[in-house]
Write a protein that binds this ligand. Structure first.
Ligand code: PEP
Ligand code: MN
Length: 345
């Protein structure tokens, strides 16, 4: 249920509603907008109704959220969520491009890539230190050594770091070195992992499972928010369909669909979404046109030598060409590309 308070409700009045609800064993989530304070009460609907909160003069209305996702919904929070991380804002006017190799392979590879992508206008460095590979014989990642290279690259370039965590036991380690924790497609419904990242205190980039419906994906985000972490962003990375030319089918209709149903930012991954480097640039443009708040793109200094996902990786030169185009596109869309030097705080 959502409890909408009248404009100007005082802290004490909000507190009173909150106490009445928690006394009944209900869980409260507060969304304080510029104009309205909205309270989300999760739990037995009958109990909430029996409290007759609408009788309080500072309560405007009490309405049920009919969808299974609650905190993630636009009803709970009408205004867009803006995630503030390391002086950058995700979900506002600025479009962020996160770029880097599929996997952290060496210190030299990460440093070279980091400087190149910053030069082209990226604001976040991506790179997997823990890799969820289809085959147990494939490279599994440099683990903590890889995280150290990412953190060093951040210190040297000012780029922020987004990297995947694949095991609940590694959440605090990955959170220690990075700025955004990525939940990979294969782990979208790893509920133990979702509950753990809910406690990590860092923003989470939640990739769509290869066969997840919109509702399942939103419910996965609900797990993280319900665990107390409101800094969640969705990442569309393609789903499995009968089409085999592309690695996945990039479902860009999810961008406006998510924006309609949820207040959380939406990022698009045209690299895993297509599996082919020459499709990345056009689909990146399409993603921004559809309203994406950011992109996550694989870039490798030598894609032909990449240990993973070389076929879908852009060279730094191709990345630069794409960024030039995106820069022009963002101005038409009344948005702007992020800048490393343009820190908000
Ligand atoms: C990745 O980002 O390198 C990755 C493994 O992505 P996904 O989980 O979308 O397959
Ligand atoms: Mn990859």
């Amino acid at each position: 249920m959502i409890i909408v308070l009248r404009n100007g409700a005082t802290v004490e009045q909000i507190e009173e509603v909150s106490t009445r609800l928690t006394d009944e064993g209900l869980k409260i989530h507060l969304s304080q907008g510029v104009e309205k304070t909205i309270m989300g009460a999760i739990g037995d609907r009958q109990k909430i109704e029996s409290l007759d909160l609408e009788a309080l003069p500072w309560v405007e209305k009490v309405v049920p959220i009919l969808a299974p996702y609650k905190l993630v919904s636009r009803e709970f929070q009408p205004a867009d969520t803006i995630i503030r991380v390391g002086g950058q804002e995700i979900g506002g006017k600025t479009v962020h491009v996160m770029a880097g190799p599929c996997a952290v392979e060496s210190r030299a590879q990460i440093m070279e890539t980091a400087f190149a992508i910053r030069e082209s206008g990226a604001t976040f460095l991506r790179g997997g230190a823990f890799k969820p590979r289809t085959s147990p014989y494939s490279f599994q990642g440099l683990e903590e050594e890889g995280l150290r290279y990412l953190a060093e690259a951040r210190d040297k370039t000012g780029l922020l770091v987004v990297t995947e965590v694949i095991d609940a036991r590694d959440v605090s380690l990955v959170a220690h070195y990075s700025d955004i924790l990525q939940i990979g497609a294969r782990n979208m419904q790893n509920f133990i992992l979702l509950k753990e990242v809910a406690k990590c205190g860092k923003p989470v980039l939640l990739k769509r499972g290869p066969s997840a419906t919109l509702e399942e994906w939103m419910m996965a985000a609900e797990y993280i928010m319900d665990g107390g972490n409101y800094q969640v962003m969705f990442c569309e990375r393609g789903i499995r369909t009968f089409e085999s030319y592309t690695r996945n089918t990039l479902d860009l209709s999810m961008v406006p669909a998510l924006h309609a149903l949820s207040h959380l930012p939406v990022i698009v991954d045209p690299s895993h979404g297509t599996g082919k480097w020459h499709l990345v640039h056009p689909m990146a443009k399409a993603a921004l046109a559809a309203g994406a708040d950011g992109l996550i793109v694989e870039v490798h200094p030598h894609p032909e030598k990449a240990v993973s996902d070389g076929k879908q990786s852009l060279t730094p030169e191709r990345f630069q060409t794409m960024m030039n185009d995106l820069s022009r596109l963002t101005s038409v869309l009344d948005r702007e590309l992020g800048e490393v030097s343009k820190r908000v705080d």
